[in-house]
Design a protein around this ligand. Sequence first.
Ligand SMILES: [Zn+2]
Length: 422
Amino acid sequence: MDIEQITGRMRQEILQADRENLISNDFVKALPALRTTGLYRIFKAMPKGRLMHCHIEASFDVHYMLSLAIACDDVYVFLQNETPEYRYCQLAHRGWFEDGVVPAGWEHLRCAVAADPALKDEIYRMCTSGKENIDEDIWPKFEAIFDRFKAINNCRPIFEKLYYKVFMDMAAEGILGVDLRYISQTIFEPDGRRLSDDDYVNILKGIVSKVQQTYPYFHVNIIYSYYKGVPAETVLPRLEYARHLQQKYPDMFIGFDMVGGEDCGKDLAYYSPVLRDASVPIIMHAGETLDPDNRNIEHALDLGIRRLGHGFNLYRFPDVEKRVKAANVMLEVCPISNQLLGYSPDLGRHPAAGYIKRGLNVTINSDDCAIFDTAYITDDLLAAYLCWDLSMADIRRCLENSLQGDASLLDLFHDQWKSFTE
Ligand SMILES: [Zn+2]
């Protein structure tokens, strides 16, 4: 029996047993049961190509972050009602506070967990987001989650441990490398010293070279990112800095993106005059919306982009889809993210099934796997396979799409695929 027959039969059995359509309607809730199946084991062992769409700030192991935080003598937690400054269940290393002085209202994390063992689960819950959180305020709630761990993850020794594990886990999952969206972070030493973006890059490079001792091919690219919804003139200095980073670290910085909710009142046409002369490649989140009038994909194409983050609403504009196909623009599709941010309530009706079948250049990605409590890529690939009636040849093509232009990684992938299917 070949791989298509084996996985096809397993899929049929899984879907037949899923009488309440949980897999389509709330994939993450179906995951614990799916993880016990033979199909999951096959998807876990499958070679993965590169992960093309992943935000560094939301791509770590939350359980591991909590264990590092609890083990550290200098980590505090905010358990009061939210203030304009602090989030409920926000974590922070002492070095993050001005002059190392912990403000009123913050409690020593380890002591707080010792006094209330359920607190660990509560912090975990507040750092993740499921389908039950979807409402009209999903984006502010989603963005608030990032605040809960930024003041601990960016403490340099914790950052180094956390992201060494991220990259090692990615490689162990079969991922050959990753393109990470990165929004400037205040990385700091435990004594409070603030480090620069350049320091951040050098720390990251140090982590990657350590990972390369085990996985020599594993490479990390950075897409320098900023927010949508801001005044256009504030984008210019960020673009300049992106250019500086690209010139200084050409082996790592590959482009510029603007992230965040697209229904923010400012479409890409508003930013186009600034982005048009960027002289740094633009790789743009676009079409992540349910607004039938949102033509951000078209505006992004007008900027000459080669890659689209999501491209979810492309199906609404057949003329634009023709342009995407003709220019072989890559769609970085993120199925579970689209479900958990409310764009695809029924994964079976996700438009990317059609994009793949119509021969578009699709890759499958996880977006913010820490917050969605999912694997780096396995779970999204499995969601696509189970919900979109794809063949394993379709899955393989999506993985190959992530390696375009890299002949040696493509050769490695083909060797891996051969061993996988033998
Ligand atoms: Zn994204």
